[in-house]
Design a protein around this ligand. Structure first.
Ligand code: SF4
Length: 950
């Protein structure tokens, strides 16, 4: 019985929530399908991690010992982030691995791109062709023609290192259609681009998102938000819709979209004017002295002088002003502000996609939100909000290739020098403008035709072989974008691949291990598996092994100095195996893991294969307030309170990708900040302090936004044309996830449509009722969708979830969640017309005959023009739309777009940018201290050798 108490169930006495880990090798359950007969099923329980969202929750695969197949997935109680709990998408991993429509063998296009004609080929054929093209591009000096475009990476830097080994600045991400808006606001404040709220210990939890159902790290965070509520914390939610999260809030504010920063600044003003803030924290850790020097040189350089300035700066943000902007009553805002004022250092806040992803200037939403933490001193405190990197752990790998020496203008164009991530969604426009071409374009866990705005421009680009020489889609399933590929290569799902990851779920550091569970089970039983294709269905592979093999074929004799980064250390001259890669990592760069493993008689790799996760530390605490050790203070120099040292960087096993503030004029590295005579660690910003005032924004052409402020959205009433209203397209359905979950029959049965949320008053004005067809007109086209009339949304605003509307042009594709459509092109006018909805079908899975739904929703993103925020680079998702009853002849799911209008809209938004060519203060492309995936060598940052032109 003692075993069961390890995972106590609700009774906390005799019922365990999970199988005790001592029995994971041979766990016995009765077969529920054999009921009433008592048939025993024996399973080996093997951990892995979910790959259906960014949370990477732990899963336990129940591998049947007789059939060697996975029977089910449940939560892994050993995982410190998810603690044995999952959302619906975790167990539905079983549907994905059993999906009768998944891709099992490599495919090569045989007709025109997008024509739907494919032939099965061998891996060797694909690898040889791809490797030869990449090799030639590298040898010819065309490295920038190789691009890897990833949606959900699901790993921590593995593929970035592959690209670095090739010497290619070819990393492209999805981040600018996801979270760059929020990240930018955080980065300008603290040098780190994400928050890590300690919800469980907070007194007040303030969310600018639907975090309980779908926000970032939502299952791990949701459980901790509820723990906080159980402790008595007040939950405040800003959301235009009555989301599931808003239904759990103590205070739900439904502001006009884009006005969120005005509300947050009014709350900040309340704290400032009433003196309800942590004066000492502000004095010690804000860069207020820099602000006074730069902006108020005539004022006394005292903290009292700064406090007076602070009162003056925010005096205009009254509750009445915020009420005018947001439509939320001033009295309600005052009530919420009073609650925030009670939180002190126990204020946990989070802003992720949501408002920061929807609006021009959305990055100021997270900057305004973090202002509340920074005022309250609720930074890296129990119940407060941490920088993400302090609650995250990235282990050092066996090989660390050097930084690429070239800069890729297709992903990091001069137009957006402060963009938080790659300008990925503008790629078709850049290719059309002749800014470059692609020889080899990899898409991985990414479906730009469907996920990005302006998808018809992607179809135009991907169909043009002069612009994209070879498109390789690395994917477990058919997708809208894979249809426009040359090779479709089947990659493993969550239980068929290796990855490591670590995320900021709470104040701790942990490492999770994703692994092919059949391989791990067979190895545990004494088998030898050397390639995941030996255990995966068909010829499904994993990227880790794929990249090794491809890299060897690019550089077969090692002459390009690529191969050495993929060679074994144990067997010099031979290919590195994935087991050696992870064995080295776990043994050499995860503090505490070797000791913990040895204590139970395991190697570090065995330990991770058995338990799937390891907690490195808890209670990481306030790193910024840590004194810098004396041995790091060698030949120091202090410049404006920033301390520089000649001491080398200490040896550290923890390779967190930190920003890199510049050295001083004599080459010393920044090491800390002076605070009341002591040298403390501070933050990795240019000043070393929390940057209330951003000298970076000021120097790079945005002085008017150097402080936390409010920028009017593109859907602000001032910017709407007559008859337009805002469309909110950014919200998730809790059980679906972009294009990764359509192959989950359980999830599809629960959620398979995305009607337009219309308030009752708007419905009455438009003359529509629930189920009526309406036409939603954007500035470049329209789509036809059903209305859902509700009071759960702010009047004057409509909303539609983006997790629906999957489609296919041919037979290749998911049948349970992709409608069959016809693509019609007349010049620049594209239409997508639905030919067939969802219907039952015969397959190896008997359930597909029982499909009862016919709907799969409507794909709205195709009708959205690109709207790049000129600072963060984030696509501003909210749309100005006109809604009317469907016209005669309109049919459900119709989509019509003119890509010429899309180009005009792109040009209008591009004109808002302030390019490095004109605004760089130092002749570089981008501030070196700012984060950048796959950071190139420093010399690649230079725009030119001459002084900057002003
Ligand atoms: S929150 Fe759900 S989808 Fe995301 S990793 Fe966890 S179980 Fe998977």
């Amino acid at each position: 019985m003692a075993d069961e108490i390890r995972y106590p169930g609700p009774s906390c006495s005799h019922l365990a929530s999970f199988p005790p880990r001592e029995r994971w090798d041979d766990w016995v359950e009765l077969d529920s399908r054999a009921w009433p007969a008592r048939v025993e099923r024996r399973s080996m329980l093997v951990p892995t991690t979910c790959f259906n969202c960014e949370s990477a929750c732990g899963l336990l695969a129940y591998v049947d010992r007789d059939t060697n197949k996975v029977r089910k997935f449940e939560g892994n109680p050993e995982h410190p982030g998810s603690r044995g709990r999952n959302c619906a998408k975790g167990p539905a991993t079983l549907n994905q691995i059993e999906d009768p429509d998944r891709i099992l063998f490599p495919q090569k296009r045989t007709g025109p791109r997008g024509g739907g004609q494919w032939a099965r080929i061998s891996w060797d054929e694909a690898l040889d062709d791809i490797a030869a093209r990449i090799r030639k591009a590298i040898v010819d000096g065309r490295e920038n023609e190789v691009m890897y475009h990833v949606g959900r990476p699901g790993e921590d830097g593995y593929t970035e290192r592959v690209l670095a080994a090739w010497g290619v600045d070819g990393h492209n991400s999805h981040t600018n259609i996801c979270s760059s808006g929020s990240r930018a606001g955080y980065q300008f404040w603290m040098g780190y681009d994400r928050p890590s709220p300690d919800h469980a210990n907070a007194d007040v939890i303030l969310l600018v998102s639907a975090h309980l159902e779908s926000g970032h790290y939502f299952n791990p965070h949701a459980q901790r938000i509820l723990e906080g509520k159980q402790r008595g914390a007040k939950l405040i939610v800003l959301d235009v819709r009555l989301s599931n999260t808003a239904t759990h809030a103590d205070h739900w504010l439904a502001p006009y979209p884009g006005s969120e920063a005005a509300i947050l600044l009014a709350i900040a003003n309340h704290l400032i004017q009433t003196g309800r803030y942590d004066h000492e924290f502000v004095r010690r850790f804000w860069n207020w002295q820099e602000y006074l020097r730069a902006e108020r040189p005539g004022a006394p350089a005292t903290f009292e002088s700064f406090e007076a300035a602070l009162r003056e700066i925010y005096a205009a943000y009254t509750f009445e002003m915020a009420a005018r902007e947001s439509g939320v009553a001033a009295a309600d805002l005052l009530e919420v502000a009073r609650i925030v004022a009670t939180a002190g250092t126990r204020l946990s806040t989070h802003s992720w996609r949501s408002a920061a992803a929807g609006n021009l200037g959305g990055w100021q939403v997270s900057r305004a939100l973090f202002l509340l933490n920074a005022l309250s001193g609720a930074v890296a405190t129990e119940g407060g909000t941490f920088p993400n990197s302090w609650n995250k752990f990235v282990p050092r790998p066996i090989h660390s290739p050097p930084h690429p020496r070239k800069w890729n203008e297709l992903t990091w164009p001069q137009d957006f020098p402060l963009s938080c991530n790659e300008m990925s969604f503008l790629l078709p426009h850049f290719l059309r403008e002749g800014r470059g071409r692609l020889e080899v374009y990899f898409s991985r866990v990414y479906n730009p035709v469907w996920t990005n705005p302006d998808g018809f421009s992607w179809i135009e680009a991907l169909s043009d072989e002069a612009k994209v020489g070879l498109h390789v889609a690395l994917t477990p399933t058919w997708s809208e974008s894979a249809n426009f590929a040359d090779y479709v290569l089947p990659m493993g799902l969550a239980s068929e691949r290796h990855d490591t990851h670590s995320y900021e779920t709470h104040d701790a550091q942990w490492l999770g291990f994703r692994q092919p569970v059949i391989k791990a089970a067979r190895q545990r039983m004494g088998g030898s598996i050397t390639d995941t294709r030996q255990v995966n269905p068909g010829e499904v592979w994993e990227e880790n092994e794929f990249w090794y093999e491809l890299s060897w074929r690019i550089d077969p004799d090692g002459a390009l100095s690529i191969r050495k980064h993929f060679e074994s250390k144990d067997r010099p001259g031979e290919k590195l195996s994935v087991d050696e890669y992870y064995a080295w990592m776990f043994a050499h760069s995860v503090p505490g893991l070797p000791e913990k493993a040895a204590a139970v008689g395991l190697t570090p790799l065995d330990y991770m294969q058995r338990y799937g996760a390891f907690e490195i530390s808890r209670g990481v605490g306030a790193q910024h307030a840590q004194p810098v050790p004396a041995e790091e203070l060698v030949d120091t120099r202090v410049v404006d309170g920033r301390v520089y040292t000649r001491a080398p960087l200490p040896e550290s096993k923890n390779v967190v990708p930190l920003p890199s503030p510049d050295p001083d004029a004599e080459g010393r590295r920044p090491v800390g900040i002076e605070v009341d005579g002591a040298v403390l660690r501070g933050f990795p910003t240019p000043s070393g302090r929390l940057e209330f005032y951003s000298s970076t924004l000021c120097a790079w052409g945005w002085p008017e936004h150097a402080l936390p402020g409010y920028i009017k959205s593109q859907v602000h009433p001032d910017h709407l044309q007559p008859g337009e209203m805002p469309l909110i397209p950014t919200f998730r359905l809790p059980v679906q996830i972009h294009t990764r979950s359509a192959n989950s029959k359980w999830l599809d049965e629960i959620a398979h449509t995305n009607p337009l949320w219309v308030h009752t008053t708007d419905a009455a004005r438009l003359g529509v009722t629930t189920g009526d067809l309406v036409r939603v007109e954007t500035r470049i086209g329209h789509f036809v969708v059903k209305a859902w009339v509700t009071e759960g949304i702010r009047p004057g605003v409509v909303a539609c979830s983006h997790h629906m509307g999957r489609w296919k042009l041919h037979d290749h594709g998911q049948r349970q969640m992709m409608a069959t459509v016809k693509l019609v092109r007349q010049g620049t006018r594209f239409s997508l017309l639905r030919e067939k909805g969802i219907a039952p079908y015969a397959s190896a899975d008997g359930d597909t005959r029982r499909i009862w739904w016919t709907d799969s929703g409507v794909h709205q993103n195709l009708t959205f023009p690109v709207q790049p925020d000129p600072v963060s680079g984030m696509h501003c998702w909210h749309q100005a739309v006109r809604i009317c009853r469907a016209a005669p002849g309109d049919r459900y799911g119709d989509i019509v777009v003119d890509t010429e209008k899309a180009r005009q809209h792109y040009a209008e938004w591009l004109a808002k940018a302030r390019p490095a060519e004109r605004f760089s203060p130092d002749g570089t492309r981008r501030p070196y201290w700012m984060l950048r995936p796959l950071r190139p060598a420093r010399e690649a940052y230079r725009l030119r050798s001459e002084p900057p032109r002003k």
